[in-house]
Ligand binder design. Structure first.
Ligand SMILES: [Zn+2]
Length: 149
């Protein structure tokens, strides 16, 4: 008998020795796994010890999505983009509210970029702040005109 662990679900599986090196289907998760070969004769393992599988240092594929994370840290600051978008929106509608938000997001983004040099978008944040102020002041001006009447 060969005892090994399924790579898909970690279930302990036992198969006949004549299946060594062949593909078997896991009875637990139906994944097709290759049965590890028995170590060559001459270095017989302790009979009670199962064949070591997966080998030490093996990392299951489920770790792969984590490898993509560093890329999310680098690149353009999301808040800088948000600042610019809010700034543009503030020119057209609800400028008093979105204009302030654009300035707030822009300032946060610039602080973030200063702390984390791998982030870009400082220009976007600056543009967001300037457009946000224009949107805010412009709408305040329009509001003042309406209220004056
Ligand atoms: Zn399995």
């Amino acid at each position: 008998m060969i005892t090994f662990q399924c790579l898909g679900c970690g279930q302990q599986l036992s198969v006949d020795e004549d299946r060594a090196g062949l593909n078997v289907t896991c009875s637990h998760c139906n994944q097709i796994i290759r049965v590890p070969r028995i170590p060559p004769a001459g270095v017989p393992p302790a009979p009670s010890q199962p064949v070591e599988w997966p080998p030490a240092g093996y990392k299951p594929p489920s770790c792969l999505p984590h490898a993509a994370r560093p890329y999310a840290v680098m690149g353009t600051s999301g808040k800088a983009t948000a600042s610019l978008v809010l700034g543009i929106v503030s020119l057209f509608c609800l400028g008093v509210i979105t204009g302030i938000l654009a300035v707030v997001f822009g300032v946060i983004a610039q602080n973030e970029i200063r702390r984390n040099p791998s982030l870009t978008g400082s220009g976007l944040a600056t543009a967001g702040i300037i457009i946000g102020i224009i949107g805010f002041v412009g709408h305040l001006f329009v509001l003042a005109l309406i209220l004056a009447h």
